[in-house]
Ligand binder design. Structure first.
Ligand SMILES: [Zn+2]
Length: 278
C-alpha cells in the first residue's frame, strides 16, 4: 500500500541549486488524484526532476494528462504549462472542474472550440451512439492508430474523448477529455457536466449510424422504404443527409426518451430550431 514512507517531510529547501536533478513538491486536487498512484493522492509528494525541468513533462510523467488541468500554481503563482521549474518548487495542480475563482490566473485551457465536436476512440462506441442521439457531431473512426485519432482531433478541431492517458499527453492534443467512468451513461453525464453542454443538446437530429444531420422528409418521399405497419402508424419522418437512413418515432423512441431523462436533459419533442441561426 505504502508508496512513500515519509508522509510529513516538508518541502525541500528552496534555492539550493545543488547537484543532481533536484526535486519538486507536487499536490493534485480533486479528481486529478485519480491519475496518481495511491500514495500520492490528496497530499503533497516529492517528485524528482530526473526528466528535466519542463513543467508539462513533470506533471505528465507523474501521471496527469495536460488536457485535464485547468490551473497550475508554482509557489503560489499561476503559470503556463510551458514554464520551467526549479529544485524545491511547490506545484499545485487543479482540474478543469475545481470550482474556485481563479480570477486573473493563467488558465491553461485554450479557448473553447467554436463548435463542440468530438472524436472518440474505439472503446467508446456506446458513448458515441449516445452523443449522436443527443445531436452532437461525433467522429468514430473505429480501430485506428493513436496518431490518427490525434490528427483528427487537431485538424478537425474535435475534442478527443478517451480513457487512454497516454493519448491525452500528446502535445498535438489540445482539446481532450479523460473519462473517469467506464459506464457509457455516466461518461455522457461527465462530459455534459464538464463542458456545460446540456443547453446544446438537440435530440434526434443526427443519424445514429453515420453521425450526419437528419432532415425532415415527407411521407410520400420515403413511402417505398417503409414496412406496412410503419406506413400505417407513422406520419413524421426524417432522413439522413449522408447515408439516407430513414427515422421515425418508432418503438425505440420511448427508451430514448428515458435515457434523456436519466441524463437530466429536457426534451422538446419536435426537433424544430428555435433560436439557432447562423
Ligand atoms: Zn446516416
Amino acid at each position: 500500500m505504502k508508496i512513500l514512507e515519509e508522509e510529513r517531510r516538508p518541502a525541500v529547501d528552496r534555492g539550493g541549486a545543488g547537484e543532481g536533478p533536484g526535486t519538486v513538491v507536487m499536490r493534485a486536487y480533486a479528481e486529478l488524484n485519480d491519475f496518481l498512484p495511491r500514495g500520492w493522492r490528496q497530499r503533497s509528494f516529492e517528485y524528482p526532476m530526473t526528466g528535466g525541468n519542463s513543467l508539462k513533462h513533470l506533471v505528465e510523467s507523474a501521471g496527469i494528462p495536460h488536457t485535464e488541468i485547468e490551473l497550475i500554481l508554482v509557489n503560489g503563482e499561476s503559470v503556463g504549462l510551458d514554464a520551467t521549474v526549479r529544485d524545491g518548487d511547490l506545484i499545485s495542480i487543479y482540474p478543469v472542474f475545481e470550482s474556485m475563482d481563479v480570477g486573473s490566473a493563467v488558465r491553461l485551457r485554450p479557448e473553447p472550440l467554436r463548435r463542440t465536436r468530438f472524436v472518440m476512440d474505439v472503446h467508446l462506441g456506446k458513448l458515441a451512439l449516445i452523443f449522436r442521439l443527443l445531436g452532437f457531431d461525433v467522429a468514430f473512426p473505429g480501430d485506428v492508430p493513436d496518431d490518427e485519432l490525434a490528427r483528427i482531433s487537431s485538424e478537425e478541431n474535435r475534442i478527443l474523448l478517451t480513457r487512454d492517458t497516454m493519448l491525452l499527453k500528446r502535445n498535438t492534443v489540445t482539446h481532450g477529455c479523460y473519462l473517469h467512468s467506464q459506464d457509457p451513461e455516466e461518461q455522457a453525464a461527465e462530459i455534459l457536466d464538464r463542458l456545460d453542454l446540456r443547453g446544446s443538446v438537440r435530440p434526434f437530429s443526427r443519424c445514429l449510424d453515420c453521425g450526419a444531420e437528419l432532415k425532415p422528409a415527407s411521407k410520400e418521399s420515403v413511402l417505398h422504404l417503409l414496412e406496412p405497419l410503419t406506413r400505417k402508424y407513422y406520419d413524421e419522418f426524417s432522413v439522413c443527409t449522408e447515408c439516407g437512413k430513414v427515422y421515425w418515432k418508432g418503438s425505440h423512441y420511448g427508451p430514448l426518451l428515458e435515457l434523456l431523462n436519466r441524463l437530466n436533459i429536457p426534451v422538446t419533442v419536435n426537433g424544430d430550431e428555435d433560436e439557432d441561426e447562423d
